[in-house]
Design a protein around this ligand. Structure first.
Ligand code: SF4
Length: 176
């Protein structure tokens, strides 16, 4: 919802702090997620993430969240899906050239980043191109895997983690 998305950017500092705590909790529970199996958890996690972040950020479920580096303004709401700053078409009033009634997500991102400790520095990170194979998957589980180096696969009979299933490839399309 657009109004809620704008509210989230205005409260980027608090949202970022809350999100940081939530991510830490997810990582602390990594053993539980591993025991249950990330593949089994993927659907319920993605469902919950879609509901919560859809409401707060108009999340498009790209599966590789960068909100903490974009002032809590989701870059996937840019009609061009730009992940590294605005195009050259931002209107004088700060709105989008494609959607004239929508504030440019990158103008909002700078506003949000200024409210967050280290937010402007975080925006300087170059974001990789969107991996479309991750669309619809949970960023939350992905963060757990990244932070712990865990594949997220359930333990096999030997007690060692089973091999992770490959992410099914989708046809390439769009741009970063
Ligand atoms: S960056 Fe991706 S995961 Fe994060 S809010 Fe936007 S669409 Fe959702």
């Amino acid at each position: 919802m657009y109004a809620v998305r704008q509210w989230s950017v205005r409260h980027a500092r608090g949202m970022n702090a809350f999100y940081g705590g939530f991510e830490s909790l997810l990582v602390r529970l990594a053993g539980l997620w591993r025991a249950l199996g990330h593949e089994r958890l993927e659907v319920p996690f993605a469902f919950a993430e879609r509901q919560v972040k859809g409401l707060l950020f108009d999340c498009q479920m790209c599966g590789q969240c960068v909100l903490s580096a974009t002032g809590m303004s989701c870059p996937m709401n840019c009609p061009k899906n730009l992940r590294n700053g605005p195009c050259g078409g931002v209107r004088e009033n700060g709105n989008c050239e494609v959607k004239p009634h929508m504030r440019c997500v990158w103008v909002a991102a700078f506003d949000g980043a200024r409210r967050m400790p280290g937010g402007v520095e975080a925006m300087r990170q170059v974001q990789p191109a969107v991996d479309r194979r991750l669309e619809g998957r949970s960023s939350w589980l992905r963060i757990v895997r990244e932070r712990t180096g865990d594949t997220g696969a359930t333990s096999g009979p030997t007690g060692k983690p089973a091999a992770a299933k490959p992410v099914p490839a989708k046809p390439a399309g769009g741009q970063s």
